[in-house]
Design a binder for this molecule. Structure first.
Ligand code: FAD
Length: 433
């Protein structure tokens, strides 16, 4: 009999909670990764850089297993069909994996859990992706926090060595099943093309963190870490990142806590991951949803330079600076009165660091419908945001070189007019006078 470790959003051998426990189970451990056909088929862009990133990471992991004289099962199919096959082929005593908090994943794991139970296979799951999950940080009334500042205070009060130290997996590597497997399905057979743009580095430099607080708000400066994609797929460990934050920057630590915060929101209020506003009354807003204007926003042709620069950066690189994410999201929802779900879906398609919990949190914050949202009457002025955060226009010039040419569009809507229109729509929906 063997134990199986199922990799999902934790694509690394070091400091991996579920893998550590599997390797100590007393059974030889066979690792598994499934390229989920359901998820891949739904992606329209067949040059998706995230799929390339996962594929490359899995190939590297396979190489690492081969060096250890073992191998990883890498399958392509729906989880249900892959598991049917595996359960027929192997005698499995225990299945180990790490928690995934997205609604699709919790439903999948629930259904598989029932199948394992029928076969008397123990299904053991662990926290790995966050420092604190689900209901580990609760208010005095035992309810989830829905406001960030008190949540982060409670988070910091609870965090200690125990929660931040690494799982020493390496000394148990001899417990992998000694069976050489080399196969990895190609991108081509899964319907994807190879892209050769490199992924952002997984190194977080101490020098950057030391200047983080002063520089993080200015999109023209490389002042943030670009570590999102690595946290998303677990190629870095959140515990290592949190320890770095404690060492070099409390402001950066707060950003990692925002990540935990939105993950617990998604788990405690799964409706937000299913297209619903956190504050139900915001679903009464009569969005204008003008498709032409949405297209102009997507293409960075609104006539507002900072908004357009952000959308160009996103479209060309898969990244957008946090400050500009806030401005573009606010512009779509408030200036154009386009449903935040449209913007959320567009970002989901384009962002390398796309993460359901954080993206949804960011969009609902911008629309005002979220947990810890900006009040509905606070409407970013995209021109003064540019003056404040890109005063020399360096970021704008980089991403909107056509700015001073005749081709640059006039503003799609006048700021004051848009502001009044927005306030009216929000007041009507929210019954404010
Ligand atoms: P750094 O500033 O170096 O921060 C380090 C890490 O902390 C980030 O990689 C991320 O994991 C986490 N983090 C930072 N800020 C936040 C935040 N506000 N909420 C949650 N986690 C945070 N972040 C995503 O990871 N995925 C998304 O899909 C996403 N969509 C967003 C959409 C909107 C509309 C907004 C306003 C924000 C969104 N964010 C998202 C949050 C934030 O913009 C990005 O995490 C950040 O810009 C990524 O760059 P970085 O890795 O250089 O971040």
């Amino acid at each position: 009999k063997i134990a199986l470790f199922w990799f999902r959003r934790d694509l690394r051998l070091h400091d991996n909670a579920g893998l550590y426990h599997a390797l100590r189970s007393g059974y030889p451990v066979l690792p598994l990764f499934i390229f989920d056909k359901k998820i891949l088929d739904a992606l329209e862009n067949k040059h998706d850089r995230r799929v390339n990133f996962i594929h490359q990471t899995i190939s590297e992991l396979q190489g690492a297993f081969n060096e250890l004289g073992s191998g990883m099962l890498v399958e392509y199919g729906t989880p249900q069909t892959v598991w049917d096959k595996i359960l027929n082929e192997y005698e499995i005593a225990e299945v180990y994996t790490n928690h995934d908090y997205e609604p699709y994943a919790t439903e999948r794991d629930g259904a598989l859990g029932e199948i394992f139970a029928k076969k008397e296979i123990l299904f053991k799951t662990f926290k790995d992706q966050v420092i604190f999950e689900k209901n580990e940080i609760l208010t005095g009334q035992n309810t989830p926090y829905t406001v960030f500042t008190p949540y982060s205070r409670a988070w910091k009060a609870k965090a200690n060595e125990f929660f931040l130290s690494s799982y020493p997996t390496k000394k148990y590597f001899k417990n992998f099943l000694q069976k050489k497997i080399t196969a990895v399905p190609s991108l081509k057979e899964m319907g994807f093309n190879i892209t050769d743009e490199p992924a952002p580095s997984s190194t977080v430099r101490k020098e950057l963190l030391e200047k983080y607080e002063d520089q993080r708000d200015y999109p023209a400066i490389e002042g943030t870490t670009h570590i999102g994609i690595h946290l998303r797929f677990g190629t870095v460990s959140i515990r290592e990142m949190a320890r770095k934050a404690y060492e070099h920057s409390e402001t950066w630590l707060n950003e990692l806590i925002w990540r935990d915060f939105y993950h617990q929101i998604l788990w405690n209020f799964p409706k937000v991951g299913k297209g619903q506003a956190f504050r139900a009354e915001y679903d009464n807003i009569k969005w204008r949803n003008n498709e032409k204007e949405f297209k102009a926003w997507c293409e960075g042709k609104t006539g507002y330079p900072l908004v357009d620069a952000g959308m160009h950066e996103l479209n060309e690189t898969g990244f957008m600076h946090n400050r500009v994410r806030m401005v573009t999201a606010s512009f779509l929802t408030k200036h154009l009165l386009i449903d935040w779900r449209w913007g959320e879906a567009y970002f989901a398609e384009k962002l390398l660091d796309y993460d359901l919990a954080a993206n949804n949190g960011g969009w609902q914050w911008a629309a005002g419908s979220g947990t810890d949202a900006a009040p509905y009457f606070r409407i970013f002025n995209p021109t003064s945001q540019a003056e404040k955060f890109d005063s020399k226009g360096v970021y704008i010039k980089k991403w909107v070189p056509e700015l001073n040419s005749l081709d640059y569009p006039t503003p799609i809507v006048e700021h004051k007019f848009a502001r009044e229109r927005c306030l009216k729509a929000y007041k009507t929906a929210l019954n404010k006078d």
